[in-house]
Design a protein. Sequence first.
Length: 716
Amino acid sequence: MTLNTLSTPTASTENLLNLPSFPELRREDDPFVELIYGDRSPNECPMVKLDFHVIIQGGLAFTKVTRTYINKTAGPIEAIMTIPVSVYASFFGLTALIDGKQYHAETQPKQEALATYEEAIDEGQTAVLHAEILRGIHSLSVGNLGSQKTVIVTSRSVELLRFHEGTGQLRIPLTVGDVYGVSPSEEVDTLTTGGPIPEATLHIEHDAQNIELAGGNLGTSEKGILSSKIPANAPIELRLTGLGASQLTGTAKDGRQVSLHISPHDQSWEPLDVAILVDRSGSMGAHCRTETGILSESQHQAIVRGLRELQPVLLDHDQLALWEFDTDCERVGEHTYNHHGNFRKLVSRLGDPRGGTSIGYSLEKVTEAEEGKDILLITDGQSYSLDVEHFVRAGHRIFVVLIGDGSLEALVGHLAILTGGDIHFSFGADAGRAIQSCIQGMRQQRDLESVVDFSESGIPQRIVTTRNNATVEALWSDQQDTSKDEDEFSEAVAAFAAGMAFMKAKKEWSTQIAVEAGLVTHLTSLVLVAKDAEIQEDLPKTIKQSLPTPRGLTMGIAHSGSVCYSQPVESRQVFANQAPESRHYRDSQRMYSPLLGSMDVPSSPLSSWRSSNVIDLETIKQFGLRIDWNSMGPHLVHFQLEKIPTEIAKNILDLIDDVADFADHLGIPHGQCLIALAAYLVQDSSKHAARVYRRIIKKYDQEDFEKLVSNFEALS
C-alpha cells in the first residue's frame, strides 16, 4: 500500500475564523438561506477541531469522535450540533473534559435525560446531552460553556461494515445536502449546512489485508497507526479487502461474556422480483466525484451508468420494473427477459433531473402498483417527508442506494432496517458497485429468518440476523468476565450486540436494554453534568453550529435543474439584536426605572386576591411568539431593555400596566412579571422561553403564578 498525505486540502486552525459561514453559491441557490442562517458570524461557531479514531476488527468498526469546543463570545453559550449518523451504528458512550476534569455520561430515559440537562442549565452548570432526534440524526448539546472556556467531548459508536464480494465498506457521514420537505424536529434540531470547515484528523487501526480511504491517502505512524488530514465537508469512506468470517468477544454491562460471529454472504443467484425507483429530482444533478476526489459526471448520470452495468449480472428469470420520480412518479418500463442490451435500452429512457424529492408519494405509487416483492430506492435521501411505519406495513423489503457527499440516510435508512432490506452508499462515481451490493442482498434467500431469544425478564440471550450482506450472530453466555482490564473494543462488541437486541426486543424491554447497555436510542439519551465546574450566572445563548456545505458545492459546482421544496416552509420573523436609540425609548426607560430593581411587596393568599383587570393572555402570548428568546432571553431575565430591539422594548412598556395587579400580588417587579408570563405562555414552542420563565420564577411562588394564570385562562 502506498502511503502519502491526503491530496484534498483541509482548513487549518489559523484560518478557521476567517472562513465564511456559507458560500455565496448558497445565497443564490436557496431562497431560505438568510432565514436559516441569518448574519451569524463564523467567529461564534464553537467547534474548532474534529478527530476520528477508528478501530476495525473482524468486520466490526469502533469509532471514537473527539470534538473540541471553544467559546469565543463574551458570555456563556449552549453549543448545539445536529449531525447525521449511520442508522445501523450503536452509540454507547460519551465523556467530556471540563475545567481539566474528565466526566462520564450516564444513560437515562430520553425525557429524564432532557430534564437533567435543563436543570443543569437552570443551575448554571456545564452539561452535555447526546440525543437521537430521528433515526440517523443525532443532536449533541454542550450547555453553559463559559466565555473563553474549552470543552472536549468524546463520543463512541460501533457498526458493522457493509460487505460486497470480499470487500468491506465503512461510511461515516459528516454533512448533508439541502433537505427538502418540513422537518418534524424543533428548529434548533433541524439539519442545516453552510458552517465553517473545522480542522479534522483521522486515525485508523485495522486487521484487514488492505485498506483505502476514498478521496485521499493514508500515512503511518511509528506505532503502525494509519492517519490523515481529512476534509470535514464530505463523508469518510473506507474500503477494506481481505476480510472473512470472524469471531469477536466482548463484555456486557452485567458482566456476561458476549460472542459475535460475522459471516459475509457468498454471491447468491436467486431470481429477482424488484421495482427499481430512481430519484431524478433537481438535487440529483449535483456533480459527484471519483475515488481520487476529481469531480465527474452528475449523480443522476452515475446512476444511469451504474444501472447499465447491471446487464451482465441479470438472470433469465429476473423481473424488474423501472420507475423514476421527482415531484411526481412515473413508470418507465419493465425487464422480463435477459436479451442482450434489453435492460440498457430500458435504462436509457430515464429522464434528466428536475423538480423536488417526493420519496413518500413515489413509494406509495410503486407499492400500489403491486410490482416487485422488493423495492430498490436509489436517491440522495434528502427528504423529511416519509411515513416509515406506513411502508413497513406494506410488506416489501426496501433496499436503498444513497448517492453523493450530501446524502441523508435518516428516514430511508430507517425504512430499510424495519423492512428487512439494506442500505449501501456511493459518492456517485462508484454507483454501479453500490447498486450491485443491494442486488446481492436481494438475491439472498428470503427464508433466512432471524433468531431472537430473550429470557422471561427481557434479558437477551441469542440473536441471529442478516445485515449489510452478512449473517450476524450474537450470543450471551452466563459466564461472567472477571477481567478488570478496560478494553474499549470489547465494550464496543457488547454495545453492538445490545444494539441488535434493542432493535429486536419487545417494546416493554427496549428501554431496559438501552439503559443497561448505555445506548443512545429513540428511548434513551446520554447526559453528563459537571457539578463541580465553574457556575455560569447568566442564561446561555444557543449557537447552532451548521454542518459544512458538502464538498461539491463548496468547490463551486452547482447542480443542474430546478430545485423544488416538496412542502412549504413557513417563514418566521427574525429580530436583529440591535440597541434601541430613540429619544422616546430613553424617556420611557427613565419613566419605568423603578421597575428595573426588585420590589418587596408582601404576597397575600390566593383566595383573598382579585384583580380588577382580566389579563388579555392571548395578546401577551402573541407578543411572546414574536420574541427571539434565544438572543433576547439573557437580557430579558434581567429586564435589560436597552439591549433588545426598540420595537420589542416598546411592546413591553405598553403591556406592563396590564399585569401590574398580578405582579404586585406575587411580589414580582412588573417588567419581569410580564416577561415571565409571556415566556410561560409560549414555553411549549420554545425551550429558550421555558428557560427564561424558570430563571425568573424560581425566586417567587411558582405554584401561585401558575394557578392564577389558569384562572385567567378559564375566564377567557
